[in-house]
Design a protein around this ligand. Sequence first.
Ligand SMILES: [Zn+2]
Length: 523
Amino acid sequence: MRYSLHLNSLNFFKDELLYSFLARLAVHLSLESPKALIEAVFDSRSTAATIAIPGHLQKLYSSGCLPPRYTIDQIIHQHTLFPLVSSFIRPELRVELLSNMRNGNASRLFVRSGLAANRLPKLTFLRYCPLCLLDQKNKFGIGHWQRIHQIVAVQHCAIHRCKLLGLKGEQLGYERHTFHPLRIKSCDQVPHYEIGEHEAIVEAKCRELLNQGEPITPTFHQWTNYYLELAQTAECRKGKYIKFEPIEELVKQRWPEAFLSKNGLVNTKSSSSWLHSIFRKHRKSFSYLEHIVVNGAIKGPDFSIVECVKQASNMAKETETIYCEGTRKTSARSTHDMAEWQNLLALNGPKSARKLRPNLYARLYREDRSRLLDANNQFKVARTHNSSRINWKQRDKKAAKSLLKIIDDFDAHLSFRRLTKRFLIYRLPRSASIEKKPTKYVLTHALLEKYSESIFEFQIRRITNTILTSDHHSRYKRWWLLRNSGLSEQRLTKEVRIFIDKILPSEFFTLELTNTQRNSYEQ
Ligand SMILES: [Zn+2]
């Protein structure tokens, strides 16, 4: 069913996520079913509720539910987290992502934008500042999710100097189609949080990126040249060679180890680390936080990350050849290295050879990547999954035990939401592994199969709950029972119709629904 959505009264708040706007829209339209909302705004019952980089924006725009003065570009740049990645990816990819945001699928966008593969931890809960929430409620009567609070590297609210809180019990992922509104009881007193200098820098730079307007996207060649020049300004360059030790020292001085470790950036020593790679020829994109960490270490806390992007976009489009200290590009050495590498490949295969001689691998990689990959391909070993060191049986048993406990806890609650497989899986530790490896978690998946609720079981539970909690102990009217159970005639499954018609005493349903009554509660 399509809804007429001309909602002049509903507008975006400053820095509000599109996700948050849609959650408020559902409240505004009194759409309790998550699928009813996505059907109304995306014309689909399978679109996921995406936080960072949403898709299907053209359909959303065409549905008429957005405030009239907004364009799709404004939504992308002012109400999604796209500005956080747009300056650090290839320009061609940026064009592709923008096109996919209009007409494509959000799960593909998460992978293509690099958010899935980067080193940063993933956001598991939507976050909010309790004092911002109080302000929002006082000013607007309702809370909303802010973009800046959903950036995983940002841990505090810069306005109120307090730690961000997570929406506990609503872990992201298990309800793919639900847009959760910020409906938490606000409080006016929160414990003081001591903000580290490094945290303040990260928050300020992320805010700068989000508010940069139309973003600039330098090419990888330009980023390569930018970091070469940055090394030069830090006096960490000797001709065409980069001196990594002083750069590592600067990073350590500026950024606490605990912060780097928490964000997956602690490994800076190895020649294949992200810090070394960012000063080499750029072949893949780096996350916003990696750019902030390096520039902050060399330029000091007052640098502007948007200015860095601008400087990079003014760099030459051709890349200089870069060497690392100690590496010499001589044909004799190169030939000797390749011969040695091929011997290693013949005996061990590419993966083991790389583990045995990482320096040799790195040298050959830098000298001629395609020649190295060609050589590796000749000795490619068929991939075998060696996960014998993991005791899957034990993990399966442990997960099954936890699952039974969760099911027990929910057993007494007839009014709780539908216990889908996905909902139950996301309550368990190692949820992604359990979801993606059903053959390793046989017992757990058997229990999930047995105890997860189908739609008809859920509908019957809702009807049972309505009967048990109502004061009417004598006569129920069909329409009354359905309305109080949050169900509609159209969505009733065949089994539930049988349940209502045959199993419950017929005198409960002596009055059939008239058309007028049906219309009054289905709209
Ligand atoms: Zn705040």
